[in-house]
Design a protein around this ligand. Structure first.
Ligand code: ZN
Ligand code: ZN
Length: 133
């Protein structure tokens, strides 16, 4: 089991089982949302996910029709992203988890939107847009 918290500790979250589609995402929304060159995120089944904390302190931002990014209203830490078209899965950011995560990054995605000031210098496959699977 993997577990983590938001920055202020209002929310604790856990994931049972393994992470899928583990990516570095360079899209402009991830860059803006995190203030960094890219995010590290993964897909899980919603049934693997537990979020402990006050529901009224979760803010969901609809960044595209039907696509929501949720964050802690108190500290701004990302909690999960969900799609109305794919209600059984969510995506989570890896940075909030503690300890050793059993994951391997399988791609840089949305490199077409990559920050001009960041160079990819590893051998992980690059994809201009999103990929599935
Ligand atoms: Zn928080
Ligand atoms: Zn992204």
């Amino acid at each position: 089991m993997a577990s983590g918290t938001c920055q202020c500790g209002t929310f604790k979250f856990t994931v049972e089982g393994s992470f899928a589609d583990v990516r570095y995402c360079h899209c402009s929304k991830c860059r803006r949302g995190n203030g960094t060159a890219f995010t590290a995120n993964a897909r899980i089944r919603k049934s693997q996910w537990t979020l402990d904390g006050p529901p009224d302190k979760v803010t969901e931002f609809e960044h595209k029709p039907g696509l929501f990014k949720a964050f802690c209203s108190l500290c701004g830490s990302p909690l999960y992203a969900r799609s109305a078209h794919d209600p059984d899965d969510i995506r989570v950011r890896l940075g909030g988890f503690e300890g050793i995560l059993d994951v391997r990054i399988t791609g840089h995605v949305w490199t077409s939107s990559k920050a001009t000031w960041y160079e990819i210098e590893d051998s992980i496959p690059c994809y201009e847009q999103a990929i599935t699977g």
